[in-house]
Design a protein. Structure first.
Length: 431
């Protein structure tokens, strides 16, 4: 099929490339000229395992092209994906101005029947607005089109896998014609295809992400009870998670969720509910537990070290989670900012996110290219992201390199008994 994807961010680039991979002709569009120029030269703007190779392969085989021209994409495609960003405004609501702009451009260039798919995460009733905007701005009122909501569930770090092996594909649509075409488009990916009404599809996205955030805040709250009572959160989470109704995933206690989706989607869902007339108190608590969790961790650091001033402290992991360089809402940020305010000497290491970190963290930080170099003479090691290489680190080497064997682990990656045996002063979450 001929497809265009407007917005070549995380979702757009991965969606476009994956749809090319299964044999479609895809035009990826972005108004950022530098990004498009880089992509044409094979330079991928984000770190995502497997994406480089897949983009290159599909470009070489002629199924994937990049352009800044919306007209080129709209005219040549039957299916148009809207994948532009919907950033949070200061009051928590999503800023939909990019979506509106794209809808106007589509209306300007539409020349025959098209399916316009909203893949950006948007509040319920946005598809209605997109349809209305196109209808208002379209010149030839006889041209038919369908607007569809098709939320994205990919996770950063496993985006290609998630897109190529979906648990489910949600299509919110009120036209049989569009539903049949999309059924054919998605068939090669497998996964259960769920056809819903448009508003249900929009709510499925916000409700799913809010539910997962709730699971994380729940286990983080339980971790506090474990700390107060002497229980072990890992054992509690395992005992709970083996109940299939609960499930083991997303039950890792830590320093709270971050990233571009959960914080934004939870606050947007609270706002949407409020506007519809419902006070979603439960989600407000999810947010406040999350904020508190990182503050609680900072207090743990201060309690363990007593005086932070002038101490060399090493932070391993900056990205909001492993296998990504994304620093958006990373819990490492408030931790590092607080320690710097207290005049610590900060040394940091992250396998891939140092460059992005430099854009958001204060200046007086020493970045290292090797996790052990970052540790030399350090009085404390803080684990902020659970990268695999930290899990596999040589504990004896860590101890020998540090001037004090203090490890404060925000991701529970080491076994407290082993750490004790090796002579570390080890603090983690909920145990
Ligand atoms: C999430 C959703 O999973 C995805 O479906 C949606 O499309 C976008 O938002 P992502 O933000 O890439 O994806 O990350 P995810 O792997 O879901 O993790 C989110 C945050 O939760 C991270 O900060 C992670 O560290 C934290 N987390 C996750 C925990 O603290 N504990 C867990 O058990 C799981």
């Amino acid at each position: 099929m001929n497809i265009c994807v407007i917005g070549t961010g995380y979702v757009g680039l991965v969606t476009g490339t994956s749809l090319a991979e299964i044999g479609n002709s895809v035009i990826c569009i972005d108004n950022d000229e530098k990004k498009i120029k880089d992509l044409k030269n094979g330079k991928i703007p984000i770190y995502e395992p497997g994406l480089d190779e897949m983009v290159k392969k599909n470009v070489d085989e002629g199924r994937l092209v990049f352009t800044t021209e919306i007209k080129e994409g709209v005219v040549n495609s039957q299916i148009i994906f809207i994948c532009v960003s919907t950033p949070p405004r200061s009051d928590g609501r999503a800023d939909l101005s990019f979506v509106e702009n794209v809808a106007r451009s589509i209306a300007k260039h539409i020349n025959e029947y098209k399916i316009i798919i909203d893949k950006s995460t948007v509040p319920v009733e946005t598809s209605e607005k997109v349809e209305e905007t196109i209808k208002r701005n379209i010149k030839d009122k006889t041209i038919d089109f369908d607007v569809v909501s098709n939320p994205e569930f990919l996770r950063e770090g496993t985006a290609i896998y998630d897109t190529m092996h979906p648990d489910r594909i949600v299509i919110g649509v009120n036209s049989k014609k569009a539903a049949d075409i999309l059924d054919k488009l998605y068939k090669p990916l497998g996964g259960e295809l769920i056809i819903t009404n448009i508003k249900s599809a929009e709510i499925i996205k916000h409700a799913s992400n809010s539910f997962l955030a709730m699971k994380i805040s729940f286990i983080n709250a339980v971790s506090r009870i474990c700390e107060l009572s002497g229980a072990n959160i890992k054992e509690v989470a395992l005992g709970m998670g083996l109940d299939q109704r609960i499930g083991r995933r997303f039950l890792n206690a830590g320093i709270g969720y971050g990233g571009s989706c959960f914080p934004k989607d939870v606050s947007a869902f609270i706002k949407i509910s409020e506007e519809l007339g419902y006070d979603f108190n439960l989600l407000k608590s999810v947010e406040s537990v999350n904020k508190d969790q990182v503050q609680h961790f900072i207090k743990k650091i201060e309690k363990t070290l007593w005086i932070v001033k002038d101490k060399k402290i090493t932070v391993w992991g900056l990205a909001f989670k492993p296998d990504t360089d994304d620093m958006r809402n990373a819990p490492s940020i408030p931790i590092i900012e607080t320690l710097l305010k207290d005049c610590a000497k900060l040394h940091v290491y992250d396998p891939v996110s140092s460059e992005k970190a430099k854009e958001v963290l204060p200046d007086n930080i020493t970045y290292h290219d090797n996790m052990y170099d970052a540790l030399k003479g350090s009085e404390a090691l803080i684990i902020a992201t659970e990268w695999d290489e930290f899990k596999k680190a040589d504990l004896d080497k860590i101890k020998n390199l540090m001037s004090q064997p203090i490890v404060i682990d925000g991701r529970n990656i080491y076994d407290p008994l082993i750490m004790k045996e090796k002579g570390f002063i080890y603090t983690s979450i909920g145990r």
